[in-house]
Ligand binder design. Structure first.
Ligand SMILES: Nc1ncnc2c1ncn2[C@@H]1O[C@H](COP(=O)(O)OP(=O)(O)OP(=O)(O)O)[C@@H](O)[C@H]1O
Ligand code: SF4
Ligand SMILES: [Mg+2]
Length: 376
């Protein structure tokens, strides 16, 4: 992308990997750099203080509040949170796909260049580098256009690749995502393909422009469980083989932990924790992450009752603005939590937005190990 110049921003968060994280990184495939070697790399994507307000029924509603995250080259960062927490809005803001009239502040940098000011060819070039895969493939393809036309469009129009060459590359890429007889598939229409096959087509299309970063927004939740696993394995393998970075959005903490180096947890439009995925489940830094971990089913203890989080998840515009957004549901809430919105601070190699993070350090881990979270 010709517009992108300069070096990526320095990323200072130093994940302290445990043995488990080290083993996972050493077991990686292809050209992928493990988390240890990536820890000192410049960030490929850096989001700082991103706040987004949308106009709803005449009033501005916050959907993201002070979101900061970074993705290093080749790294997979999970973005996890309950419905309405702002995961999709974060990806849309990064890809400059927010609804019309959105009020945006903060910064987004990709390869060191400002993203907010891109327009025209610069923006198209950026989107070739940062490809998006959506949850529901049928909602993002034109039903009356052939698969080949859809897949080759960016190559032909943005990168001036001749049509014959574009179709050849598309057929090859279909082979890479496990779809045989690519040339015939390119002549088919979306309704002739199953949901799982169409999502594989979307992945192939996203990879064709040779992006550096994939924004995958719940790419498998619309599929049945077996197909989910197949599509997830293909996405994970190809990402590693091509050395791509990925922001992987899911509401499933387990899935994020299985495929992502680090995971960021969102609540009410804010990032509340960023942690090495290998540590997130058993040694979380934020009470909300601990509550999510306690709420996951444990197949080894079928009789164990799930620890539901009290209350309901809040959107950014519903959450209290000048205190901790999780305070109404937090078993550890105290007076200090209601004095101001906690900052996202660095702690134990991760980050936590909790006024009592230092106090609670280690205690959340202990409570999870004991099988439940206690009140203060
Ligand atoms: N076009 C829109 N106009 C106004 N508000 C919106 C719009 N799209 C989303 N929102 C609101 O923005 C907030 C964040 O939505 P977002 O889609 O990012 O959530 P999410 O974390 O992706 O949830 P899910 O897991 O259900 O996909 C929610 O409160 C949602 O209602
Ligand atoms: S700041 Fe207080 S209320 Fe918020 S998560 Fe931390 S302990 Fe809970
Ligand atoms: Mg979403």
């Amino acid at each position: 992308m010709s517009e992108v110049k300069g070096r990526g921003a320095a990323w200072t968060e130093e994940p302290g990997l445990g043995d488990e994280g080290r083993r996972r990184s050493e077991g990686g495939m292809g050209r992928r750099a493990g988390p240890l070697s990536r820890a000192n790399q410049q960030a490929l994507l850096e989001v700082e203080g991103l706040t987004v307000r949308l106009r709803v029924e005449g009033e501005q509603r916050a959907v993201l509040r002070d979101v900061s995250l970074a993705v290093r080259p080749g790294e997979a960062l999970g973005l996890v949170g309950e419905s309405g927490s702002g995961k999709s809005m974060t990806a849309r803001a990064i890809d400059r796909l927010l609804p019309r009239g959105a009020a945006v502040s903060g910064q987004i940098r990709f390869d060191g260049a400002e993203v907010m000011t891109l327009a025209g060819a610069g923006l198209r070039g950026y989107r070739n580098q940062v490809a998006m895969i959506f949850q529901d493939p049928r909602a993002h393809v034109n039903p009356v256009r052939r698969i080949g036309d859809f897949m080759t469009e960016a190559l032909r129009t943005n990168l001036d690749v001749p049509a014959g060459e574009a179709y050849r590359r598309a057929a090859d890429m279909l082979g890479q995502v496990g779809i045989d007889d690519g040339e015939r598939r390119l002549r088919q229409y979306p309704h002739e393909l199953s949901g799982g096959m169409l999502q594989r087509v979307m992945i192939a299309a996203a990879l064709l422009t040779e992006p550096k970063l994939l924004l995958a927004d719940e790419p498998t939740t619309a599929l049945d469980v077996t197909t989910q696993a197949e599509v997830m394995a293909i996405l994970d393998d190809l990402r590693r083989e091509f050395g791509l970075a990925m922001l992987f959005i899911t509401h499933d903490l387990e899935l994020a932990a299985a495929i992502c180096d680090r995971t960021a947890v969102m609540y009410a439009g804010q990032i509340v924790e960023v942690r090495e995925s290998a540590l997130l489940h058993d040694d979380p830094l934020h009470p909300y992450t601990a509550a999510l971990a306690a709420a996951r089913p444990d197949i080894a203890q079928t009789a164990h009752r799930l620890a539901a989080i009290p209350g309901r998840p809040l959107s950014a515009f519903e959450a209290p603005e000048d205190e901790c957004a999780f305070a109404p549901r937090c078993p550890h809430a105290q007076e200090v939590c209601r004095e101001e919105t906690p900052e996202l601070i660095g702690l134990d190699g991760g980050r936590s937005r909790c006024a009592r993070a230092v106090d609670l350090r280690g205690r959340l881990r202990h409570e999870l190990a004991e099988g439940g979270l206690s009140d203060d």
